[in-house]
Design a protein around this ligand. Structure first.
Ligand SMILES: NC(=O)c1ccc[n+]([C@@H]2O[C@H](COP(=O)([O-])OP(=O)(O)OC[C@H]3O[C@@H](n4cnc5c(N)ncnc54)[C@H](O)[C@@H]3O)[C@@H](O)[C@H]2O)c1
Length: 277
């Protein structure tokens, strides 16, 4: 039986680890070839990023599924580097059908009136302008292909709801939904669908890190994952504290497959019910 995205090519940002890697593997399992980029070096004021070795490991894992992959180190803030990566990927793999903008950073930035300008700026630059850039370099290829396409922009439950001390992140993720809706309206006549996923806490380094544990349990000297579990669980309707990257990948797979061929402009929460609370 053919895969659900058999023969298609997907461009994925932030594919060195976490959700981006998981999306690459899930789509490859269903028959897609992959163009993968990641920054592969650290950004001031953010958690450690994926490394070149991480991105190379993603490539190995995709190839082990008998699919092709083209990898490039590129920062989503660098339009020229992104364009070079996508153009090279399309030249090698022959087409482009799917775009997944997953790259992002998260941090606690303090109360909005006290947040450092740099902190605000780099978060907006990566999490909003970087998403715009990722679509800008890909849309001409989707249109030129003449076969339509599917774009999924990764927002967050923070795209619909506020959380304290994260106004930079929350503003960017709300902005991603505005961008998604705008693109859906502008690209519909080309049969290009544009949607967003809104994950809750995901079991990746962005969530599973000491800084977050300490922010959630300031009463403890060395909080561990077990210390934050009950708080994380209270956020949700379903009895879990976080989801796995594969849960987001499966939602994305639906949104980029023909099973959702008339779905465009939606926000799909993958949130264990947190937006109901
Ligand atoms: N983990 C969560 O709890 C959670 C919840 C909701 C939404 N999200 C969103 O999901 C997306 C994926 O995050 P994740 O959970 O996989 O985290 P992650 O930190 O594991 O992965 C993020 C990836 O993006 C890459 N990246 C960061 N800045 C980049 C840049 N400027 N250019 C290119 N690559 C860059 C990193 O190197 C890393 O590989 C992000 O947009 C994030 O905001 C995450």
């Amino acid at each position: 039986m053919p895969g659900r995205v058999e023969g298609k090519v997907a461009f994925i940002t932030g594919a060195g680890r976490g959700q981006g890697r998981s999306h690459a593997l899930r789509l490859a399992q269903e028959g897609a070839d992959i163009i993968a980029i990641d920054i592969c070096h650290d950004v001031e004021g953010a958690l450690p990023m994926a490394t070149a070795e991480d991105l190379a490991e993603t490539a190995k894992m995709v190839e082990a599924l008998d699919r092709r992959i083209v990898i490039h180190q590129a920062d989503v803030r660098d339009l020229d580097a992104l364009k070079a990566a996508v153009d090279d990927g399309v030249a090698q793999l022959g087409r482009l059908d799917i775009v997944l903008a997953s790259a992002g950073v998260a941090s606690m930035g303090g109360r909005a009136d006290k947040m450092k300008v740099d902190h605000w700026t780099h978060t907006i630059d990566i999490n909003l302008t970087g998403v715009w850039n990722s679509t800008r370099v890909a849309i001409p290829h989707l249109i030129a292909g003449g076969r339509g396409g599917a774009i999924v922009l990764t927002s967050s439950v923070g795209g619909e709801r506020a959380m304290p001390y994260m106004s930079h992140y929350i503003s960017a993720k709300h902005g991603v939904i505005g961008l998604m809706r705008s693109l859906a309206v502008e690209l519909g006549s080309h049969n290009i669908r544009v949607n967003s996923v809104l994950p809750t806490n995901v079991n990746t380094p962005m969530f599973m890190n000491e800084g977050l544990f300490k922010a959630w349990r300031p009463d403890l000297e060395q909080p561990t994952v077990d210390d934050i579990k009950p708080i994380a669980q209270m956020m949700h309707v379903l009895p879990i504290g976080w989801i796995e990257p594969e849960d987001v990948s499966n939602a994305i797979l639906f949104l980029v497959s023909d099973e959702s061929r008339y779905i465009t402009g939606i926000e799909l929460p993958v949130d264990a019910g947190t937006l109901l609370k």
